[in-house]
Design a protein. Structure first.
Length: 135
């Protein structure tokens, strides 16, 4: 990668990064933390989709499986955009936050068990980080 191409990525990361500070309520989250949350949500949603399919019944409903896999893919695309320093990462972060909110709600329905609740929480954390990063 040419030196000039690395500058936009570094500038984007620096714009959201509070070096030496952990993300605390009310404080800006680092881009690195947001990437980590997106990747964690990507993984958790895919694992939860596989779990839900294995359980069958209401957990294997096509709309829930689609929600989980769509959320996973959007989380991965959002993380990738931040890793590249894309100028579009705020747009993807807004979409990711919305998708994660919807996925968390779907995973929190009555009859949701521990793995579903864990997925919901992972998605909530990702949504909160992406909302911060989209500003």
């Amino acid at each position: 990668m040419a030196a000039g191409a690395a500058q936009p990525a570094a500038a984007a990361a620096q714009a959201h990064d509070m070096k030496g500070m952990d993300a605390m309520p009310g404080m800006a989250m680092s881009m690195s933390d947001c990437i980590d949350h997106c990747l964690a949500s990507h993984r958790r949603c895919l694992e939860t989709a596989a779990y839900a399919l294995g359980q069958g019944g209401a957990l294997a409903a096509p709309d829930l499986i689609a929600m989980l896999t769509d959320c996973a893919e959007l989380c991965q695309a959002t993380a990738n955009s931040m890793l590249r320093g894309s100028a579009l990462h705020p747009v993807l972060c807004r979409a990711c936050a919305e998708a994660c909110d919807l996925c968390a709600a779907a995973c929190s329905k009555p009859r949701a068990d521990a793995p579903m609740a864990q997925c919901a929480e992972t998605c909530r954390v990702c949504a909160a980080g992406c909302r911060q990063m989209s500003r």
